[in-house]
Design a binder for this molecule. Structure first.
Ligand code: PRX
Length: 651
């Protein structure tokens, strides 16, 4: 269906699944009427609504004002003093949760380590003291480049305790990408580990840090956690062993009362330019948002074992592996390794072994499991499961139905949660005890979230029409700015439709008010749930000495959601060979990380451009998809280009 926004929506899905009465009866929110009452309350007086949620947390000092909104800059709970590490840990120590498992960690080789809330608290206090004696002060930025070891949440919670904003860089990023991020936030300390174990092999993280630090003069200290025991070159005066420092540190350390707007963390994410943006989250609002959404959406019960499979290097791991569940006093299962190691049924074995109740994963993983065959999950009872979640990309109805049937045994509700690094917390999602679900729809906005689908002028589009997904009112866990670049923040998120937060996604609402998110409408791609900018990959390609020009577009991929297709023009005289394609793929992996390695590379003598010199990406997308090029080519400079690019498909 066409609309005034020019975004077309083609997906139609009529199946509907109400929650089972037993599930609803035990849920925090039991009916749509209750959900709607919450939404009305939040709509009529958002500040009173969020204030009542905030009161469920511990504050050293109450706020004086709930919201100060000078669009696009928000201050939530100003005047309040809070500490997220305190709310994740100390708050539970005076209750029966003291001896409850906070984190159950399973390594890829199969070792299990359990940390109770009390033990985790001790480790975090100890490491906060280590940071202090390493010269890290409140306000200093700390970069964390680790694998999925228990030391990673300990490091984050210690930073939060001290008010030293962390920036976790996903372990798959290259030395170049790590250095870019460290330089951007001028971190003074890096926390890493010798190596991470993935698919039975060691990824040598410390060596990558060493390479990155050659161009990071702000870093004075590197703290190295020993995971694999592989030999390390420690740089005297800079590098410290985690275990040595921890053995000397006290396990007592008061959590600092921090301003509600004190920076909590930066997380770099791809935008429409080559330079990643440091998304800034602050303490109070983010705490409130992640606490409340974890409780509502995952409907946590005191006895639940909750498993989020995301890597902590991405926002899902921050909000729904660490901060949201720990504030709720949950037991979190954390897994170090790859999903198919050593066998394709690793996840299902783990679900039965740990009696997982709530399971939160990504559509790419679900599609990979589908392809591996039903026989793997079918071998396991998985009776403990009661709720399934999906995040990171649109889930196609087929994958949704498979998830419900083969994993959830048609018994567990599915929460398809739409949100972003920028939103900090889930924005659109079913409440599992209340919302009837439709396969492929994230359903309706959570209470207090003013999401809508609008046209270019900001007017709501009629039901069924595609448009821009926006959020019309500020919410507590929203990003506060792009680190060091408030103008880019305003420009990126609040200028498309002035004064209103634009998500970068296209969506439609159906006649029940359900949202169907269609994916990015800018130059951001979602490859296996990893957010990548086409510009970032293009700048990596043109930095190669043999490349003159490059254009990167997405094409649909059955498993990964989207795949990367690169069109490359070589410098004069450079022969176009298959070896060079491999070289360029490896080059991009080195510049950005393996997840950005192009799936297809096509060489071309020229790229299709308009007469004014703009690359015609729409045409390239059609070529990459193998579709008939039927777009408007009247402004195309050289018609030959398209036929030459298409000719390569047959090669
Ligand atoms: O396009 C949307 C997609 O992922 C983008 C955000 O990516 P990132 O900041 O990396 O955060 C991912 C984890 C929250 C969004 O702009 N996206 C995320 N969740 C969904 C989704 N698209 C459709 N349905 C979802 N449930």
């Amino acid at each position: 269906m066409a609309s005034s926004s020019g975004i077309e929506s083609i997906l139609h899905e009529n199946r509907i699944f109400p929650p089972a009465p037993e599930f609803s009866a035990a849920a925090h929110v039991k009916t749509m009427a209750e959900y709607e009452a919450l939404c009305r309350r939040a709509d009529q007086d958002p500040e009173a609504f969020w204030e009542s949620v905030a009161r469920e947390l511990h504050w050293f000092q109450p706020w004086t004002k709930v919201l100060e909104w000078n669009a696009p800059f928000a201050k939530w709970f100003n005047g309040g003093k809070i500490n997220l590490s305190y709310n994740c840990l100390d708050r539970h120590l005076s209750t029966a949760r003291r001896n409850k498992a906070a984190i159950i960690w399973e390594s890829e080789p199969g070792e299990v380590v359990t940390l109770t809330y009390q033990q985790l608290h001790g480790e975090v206090c100890r490491f906060t003291n280590v940071l202090k004696s390493a010269g890290v002060n409140t306000g200093d930025r700390v970069a964390i480049y680790m694998g999925m070891s228990p030391a990673l949440p300990i490091a984050m919670l210690a930073c939060a305790r001290l008010g030293a904003p962390h920036t976790v860089v996903f372990g798959g990023f290259s030395a170049v990408a790590l250095a870019d991020r460290i330089q951007d936030c001028r971190a003074s300390c890096v926390i890493t580990q010798d190596g991470a174990i993935r698919r039975g092999a060691e990824l040598k993280l410390k060596a990558i840090v060493d390479e990155a630090l050659l161009s990071c003069p702000t870093v004075k200290r590197a703290i190295v956690y020993r995971r694999t025991g592989s030999p390390q070159q420690m740089q005297p005066g800079r590098d410290l062993w985690w275990h040595e420092e921890m053995s000397r540190a006290s396990d007592e350390c008061e959590a600092l009362p921090l301003d509600a707007e004190h920076p909590l963390y930066l997380l770099y994410t791809s935008g429409t330019t080559g330079k990643p943006k440091g998304i800034l989250h602050t303490t109070g609002g983010y705490s409130v948002g992640t606490y409340a959404t974890t409780k509502w959406v995952f409907d946590l019960k005191e006895t639940d074992v909750y498993w989020c499979t995301a890597d902590i290097g991405w926002v899902t791991g921050h909000s729904y592996l660490v901060y949201g569940p720990l504030q709720n006093g949950a037991t979190v299962l954390m897994y170090e390794g790859a999903p198919f190691t050593p066998t394709p049924d690793r996840f299902w074995i783990m679900i039965d072994k740990h009696k997982v109740n709530v399971f939160y994963t990504a559509p790419t993983a679900i599609r990979s499991f589908m392809r591996l065959g039903d026989e793997h999950p079918r071998k396991y009872a998985m009776k403990s499961l009661r709720l399934l979640g999906s995040v990171g990309e649109p889930i196609n109805p087929e994958a949704w139905m498979w998830y419900r049937d083969v994993i959830g045994r048609n018994r567990c509700p599915i929460v398809d949660t739409w949100w972003q690094t920028e939103t900090g917390a889930i924005m659109i999602s079913p409440l599992p005890g209340a919302t009837p679900t439709k396969p492929g729809s994230a359903t309706r906005p959570l209470p207090g979230i003013a999401a809508d689908v609008v046209d270019r002028e900001g007017n709501p589009v009629p039901p069924g029409s595609g448009g821009f997904l926006v959020v019309k009112k500020p919410w507590p866990s929203m990003l506060r700015t792009i680190y060091g670049d408030p103008e880019r923040f305003r420009q990126t998120y609040f200028s498309q439709i002035p004064g209103i937060y634009f998500t970068g996604d296209g969506a439609r609402k159906d006649s029940d008010g359900y949202f169907w998110v269609m994916g990015r409408i800018d130059d951001v791609l979602n490859v296996s749930g990893h957010r990548l900018s086409t510009m970032e990959v293009e700048s990596a390609l043109v930095a190669h000495p043999k490349v003159a020009e490059a254009a990167v577009v997405g094409r649909p991929d059955e498993i990964k959601g989207q795949a990367l297709a690169a069109f490359v023009t070589l410098q004069a005289g450079v022969p176009a060979t298959n070896e060079l394609k491999d070289e360029l793929r490896a080059w991009v992996a080195k510049e950005i990380g393996a997840m950005a390695r192009p799936d297809d590379i096509r060489f071309s003598e020229a790229l299709p451009k308009t007469r004014s010199g703009k690359i015609m990406r729409r045409l390239l997308r059609e070529v990459a998809t193998g579709a008939e090029v039927k777009g408007d080519v009247t402004t195309l400079e050289d018609f030959n280009v398209i036929s030459k690019l298409r000719a390569q498909e047959e090669e």
